[in-house]
Design a binder for this molecule. Sequence first.
Ligand code: BDR
Ligand code: CA
Length: 325
Amino acid sequence: RQKIILDTDPGIDDAMAILFAEAHPNIDLVGITTVYGNTTIDNGTRNALYLKEKFQLNADVAKGTDKPLVRPPVGATVVVHGETGFGDCHASEPQQATADPRPAYQYIIDMLKANPGEITLVAVGPLTNLALALEAAPEITSLVKEVVIMGGAFGENGHRGNVTPYAEANIHDDPHAADKVLTADWPAVVIGLDVTEESMFSSAYLDALKADAGHVGEFIWDVSRYYLRFYAQKLGMDGCHVHDPSAIAYVIDPTLFTLRKGPVRVISDGPAEGMTLQKYDGRRYMTDDWQDNRSQHVGVQVNSDALLALYREAIINYSQGTSGK
Ligand code: BDR
Ligand code: CA
């Protein structure tokens, strides 16, 4: 089983990703670190603790930072994830579950040092906690197994953002942190919007999950109502894209994705702020800025039918207590 720390801004599709990680027998969800993004850091941390309590997760929860490294905060996306981050489901205050005393970046550093080469960091929110961990302990680059990120948009000319034509939300929230994380000397896999938007949880898919996956399917259905209304009103879709669960799917079965190799950079200001770029032509250029950075892997294609089947099977088995966990 692959040990993971999931860095997340819960968040509706974040909740879907947390439950996927918990459900699948290939993954050992050791920690959840929270970050501002879809909602405030307090809401996101309460939502994570709520899931820990409701689904009896063994994972630690460590509270992360409330703001980006340099740029002013963009603010919560209430229109997408609701006032408290969980749409119409207002998570109650946890009765027993408490957060780890350490800030998220310190928790990440300590866990990587205690388990060298064993932990995959999966980040599905703004990358600020990871950047803070790198700043405080640069040696963690050689201790992590892999870094898997949901973020960015690598479609034609980078044109397929969701916050701006060029920028995806997680990267746009903290482009300086993203550039730090993506140019660090550690192995990163980036699954961007152009790939996560290839998979859709249709309303029929979520109805069937509600019918077939007991209390887990019911929670996913409940929490997704607000999200589906946003998709219907803003995008005219009868369902939602599968953003954050796609990063978990990569950890479970990397063969679902086609990857492209090459260094990645992030634009940190100006009209293309938050735009992600990858150099993949293998050529040498006049500046060292690009070629001296480590090559990373960027997703360019996904087998979405297989991904949707994998999610459904994992959640159903988990709800029936037959996931082997
Ligand atoms: C990303 O932004 C957030 O709204 C989602 O949780 C996801 O991580 C998609 O752009
Ligand atoms: Ca997220």
